[in-house]
Design a protein around this ligand. Structure first.
Ligand code: E4P
Length: 213
């Protein structure tokens, strides 16, 4: 499973890129707002930091506007992926952009039926939001598992980005479900590296080394 960072904070991305664990990045208008900078400032910087896909989201809600924004975003770098909301106008835009070779990530996907429509429209990626489904008492991980099964069954090339990840269990479960990608917030990514037995074991090794001198 490839690891993407779900953030628009350039400093956070730099820190994780140094560890060699981040392939791509996803952003959205809320994450851009949280960064305190504009999309025009942040996205070109992020595209230089990672070699893999960088998702930048459109603001328009009608097809022509989305296509216009997507074409502009695609000029920024070769690794841009345009995030398009899973609405009817969005799928129309995905079809046009896919024919032009512009990569898309259909976002705000909450059901298997939305996912199959996005894949059929030609989406390069689809993003099921698992945390937000859990928030309303549904099972986000199960949606990812079902999507993996169905996409495989029909030989669909669209890749699944498990999104809206809130904790380590989400990461482990989407990995087991076979998601190609998980986009992970920095705090969860930091937790992934930690285990108390690693710290305890290292402390003991170093103590035994000192005692042996
Ligand atoms: C995905 O691409 C979205 O940016 C993100 O995962 C949404 O997560 P949230 O539900 O925690 O806002």
């Amino acid at each position: 499973m490839k690891i993407f960072m779900d953030t628009a904070d350039v400093d956070e991305i730099v820190g994780m890129v140094e560890l060699g664990i981040v392939y791509g990045v996803t952003t959205n208008p809320s994450l851009i707002a949280k960064s305190g900078r504009t999309q025009a400032e942040v996205i070109p910087e992020i595209c230089k930091l990672v070699t893999g896909p960088v998702s930048a989201e459109v603001i328009s809600t009608e097809c022509a506007g989305m296509v216009r924004e997507a074409r502009q975003l695609a000029q920024i770098a070769d690794n841009i992926v345009v995030k398009i909301p899973c609405i009817a106008e969005g799928l129309k835009a995905v079809r046009i952009l896919s024919a032009e070779g512009i990569k898309t990530n259909v976002t705000l996907v909450f059901s298997l039926s939305q996912a199959i429509l996005a894949a059929n429209a030609g989406a390069s990626y689809v993003s099921p939001f698992i945390g937000r489904l859990d928030d309303i008492g549904e099972d986000g991980v199960q949606l990812v598992a079902n999507m993996v099964k169905i996409f495989k069954q029909y030989g669909l090339k669209t890749e699944i980005i498990a999104a809206s990840i809130r904790n380590l269990d989400h990461v482990n479960q989407v990995m087991l479900a076979g998601a190609q990608i998980a986009t992970i917030p920095t705090n969860v990514l930091e937790q992934m590296l930690l285990h108390p037995l690693t710290d305890k074991g290292l402390e003991k090794f170093l103590q035994d080394y000192k005692n042996s001198l």
